[in-house]
Write a protein that binds this ligand. Structure first.
Ligand SMILES: [Mg+2]
Length: 124
């Protein structure tokens, strides 16, 4: 069973993502902001991450940069969630280390499809 780190400051969205992922057989580690997500990752580890872009304390980009700079997590697939739909933001997300990008509101089946693709990239 793969563990997915989920971080979003929007409680409803966070719970929605968690229920979708757990319904699909993933284990989740859940945090309301990037700093807490980073602490959870340090203490428990994860195989993939679904991160909101706009979060307090440490936003999705900052958290992703931290993940990428740590040898333990630098190859971990990261899917970024955002309400921003601008092309520049998506390009910036990829440049900052996100593996994929999904704009809210998203389709449940699309979220799972993207995660299945990212799952293939998990280092063994
Ligand atoms: Mg947010």
């Amino acid at each position: 069973m793969k563990t997915v780190l989920v971080a979003d400051d929007d409680e409803l969205l966070r719970e929605l993502v968690v229920s979708i992922l757990e319904g699909a057989g993933y284990r989740t580690l859940v945090a309301p902001d990037g700093a807490e997500a980073w602490d959870l990752l340090q203490s428990q580890g994860a195989d993939m991450a679904v991160l909101d872009l706009n979060m307090p304390r440490l936003n999705g980009w900052e958290l992703t940069q931290r993940i990428r700079s740590d040898p333990r997590w630098q190859a971990m697939p990261v899917l970024m969630l955002t309400i921003r739909a601008l092309v520049e933001d998506q390009i910036s997300g990829y440049e900052r280390g996100a593996d994929d990008y999904l704009t809210k509101p998203f389709d449940t089946t699309m979220l799972l499809a993207r995660l299945r693709v990212l799952e293939r990239r998990i280092p063994t």
